[in-house]
Design a protein around this ligand. Sequence first.
Ligand code: HEM
Ligand code: FES
Length: 766
Amino acid sequence: MSGPPSGMVSPTGCPVSERAAAFTPFEGDYQLDPAEALRWARAQEPVFYSPQLGYWVVTRYEDVKAVFRDNILFSPANALEKVTPLTPEAAKVLERYNYKLERTMVNEDEPQHMERRRLLMDAFIPEKLEKHEPMVRELTRAYVDRIVDRGHADLVKDIFYEIPLTVALHFLGVPEEGVEKLRRFAVAHTLNTWGRPTPEEQLEIVENVGQFWQTANEILDTMIADPTGEGWMYDTVREHRKHPDIVTESYMRSMMMAILAAAHETTSNATANAFWILLNNRNAWDEICENPALIPSAVEECLRMGGSIVAWRRVATDEAQVGGVTIPKGGKLFIVQASANQDAAHWENPDEVDIYRDNAAEHMSFGYGAHQCMGKNIARMEMRVFLEEFTRRLPHMKLAGGQRFENLPNISFRGPSHIHVEWDPAENPERRDPALREGGVVFPIGAPVRDDILRRVRVQEIVEEAEGVKRFVLADLSGRDLPRWSPGSHIDVVAGDVRRKYSLCGPPDTPGTLEISILREEDGQGGSKHLHDTLKPGDTLSIAGPKNHFRLDETAERYVLIAGGIGITPILAMADRLKARGLPYVLHYCGRSRGTMALVSRVLRDHGGAVRLHVADEGTRLDLAEAVADVAPGTQVYCCGPERMLDALQDMAEHWPDGALHFEYFSTGASGLDPAKEHAFTVELRDSDLTVEVPADRTLYDVLKSTGIDIPMECGEGLCGTCEARVVEGEVDHRDRVLSKAERAKGERIMSCCSRAKGKKLVLGL
Ligand code: HEM
Ligand code: FES
């Protein structure tokens, strides 16, 4: 608990702390910055009861995800419930309009929800969304044309409200209604559902909500009368005719109104948030102007830092545990996605805007599981087009001074009401090159492609480290610090078609630069030879990362570190860290001859007493079995070296305590997918409540991605562990180099980029 009790008790009879008692999402700190306002809770009281709200507030990433994941125990039935009850006078007004907003999709329980979602999800799959992109682009171009020579604009009022609305109407199949009227309706719907209006304000709001209901019903009636049109609501009407018990009339009426607001307000706000964040973090803006390939990852990072839905609601259908706190049956949960999105237990440097962050797509802004936002890929596509058009045509645009972030006062939706920007039209790039108006990079629909998240760096220094080994010191192109990294991290170096991973090995006290040591491999695929033979100080390179798939667990009692040849690079970084922490370790380093052993003088200088050098031509070969003879509980072994060394160690480790061995392979030796030798299998996705077929000629990862599941992927060949999924049932044919034999035997994890089912079916926790 975060502090002294307030004298209040929760519905389970527990004392409520003073901070929990003081918490209100309707005003003050939460309205300014919800993640910041709940920093104390993430650290001290991650799940607490808020007497002012009457909800249990959930603030940590893992807990928020766990609540989203279980939509049976945590029902979404209260997602659209009014957080401020209606006054009797306001209720009368709504009665007059015959207002009956009931279950839609987002607040429907199982099994009805998934039956409905399955029938209606076709229009949202990535390949079906591609056709909408040219229309979004045309529209954006036309709107930018209106302001490009003006030199100033209010981005929200002039552009970000109207385009998502027009796109939403087009997607739904609704004729373009008066923009002003729909904006008024959407604002009223937000305040009515998620705001705390006074009784007088309620009266005005419900008039608009009533008219919204009426308008939505009129539109629907026209569609029902002639359901031949194109668009998602026409699909809905047609499915209603075929399955009236699943796509019910009440659903259609409620959804028509709810989606008219949800499909565009969320996207307008998220776009405005993204521009606000990037223009306030000028480096990030400048970097995407220079390198538009970064736009999808910038969008994802903005959705993490500035999602337009900051909190969502669920209700416990039974007594439940969340983050160790007991929630009573019927307890209402306020799950704060904005807080989860900045939880230091899940994110590195959570408060920094980092457009190179390669796991940004794990944000909770679209929810998670069976109810995850169906429109997420429409929103992503629109936001990417907006950023691409603006950074190309108005890269010099700046925020006008003296602005504050003004939000509609409510607990869930967030976005600035205005963004005033200015620029000098004389500097518009298209005045020099008119072709720039037409340019434009088209991005694939879906989560960002990790291969595109590349950073340009300069080779600052090259040092001969040993025979055939060079050390490269890399610095940021514009002199900024390169990111911090942890032992075991690597970067991918990308040169033309070649992409290779190299572990970071710089001394821990040189922040700002990155160092890699590369062995020139005569019989390799050419990547290392190319880097050795062509790179000179001052050259530029593209890199991805740092990323860490070989983490050092710093809680062990003692460590055995084993490096073979160039495998010293991550191992040395680990030794540096253990030394700095004062933890006991032994470092075995083996090689053919001293002259070929990279970094050997630094190894001996910095780790002298802990080092055991094993040099073949000096007759001091490593006896692996002896080096690990006394692995006891509390010991952890980290190894990086040639494949045969890692294979041998894995055999020895079969009877070691769980999690004692950690290793990193740098190639799989696997030779791709051969459809003639594979068999098709079925995969049930337990969290999303979906079943998909994986044919013999496609990977599991491919099928998941085309179904709209945001599973990250990096190496694509079973080396890194990024594409991991939880196995609930079924036997896996493991083809990766990430899991140890013991982990494979447990059968709880699968690398979706390469591994498959042994039998006909797998059940996954996705
Ligand atoms: C559901 C956020 C754009 C359609 C949701 C949910 C969230 C969300 C948080 C609830 C998720 C859950 O309960 O797990 C957003 C954000 C958007 C956005 C932040 C923009 C940046 C859109 C668009 C559309 C859309 C453009 C449609 C064109 C839906 C639908 C659901 C939903 C139909 C209900 C899904 C279900 O319950 O099965 N959205 N949304 N959303 N969203 Fe979005
Ligand atoms: Fe690297 Fe699958 S993406 S293991």
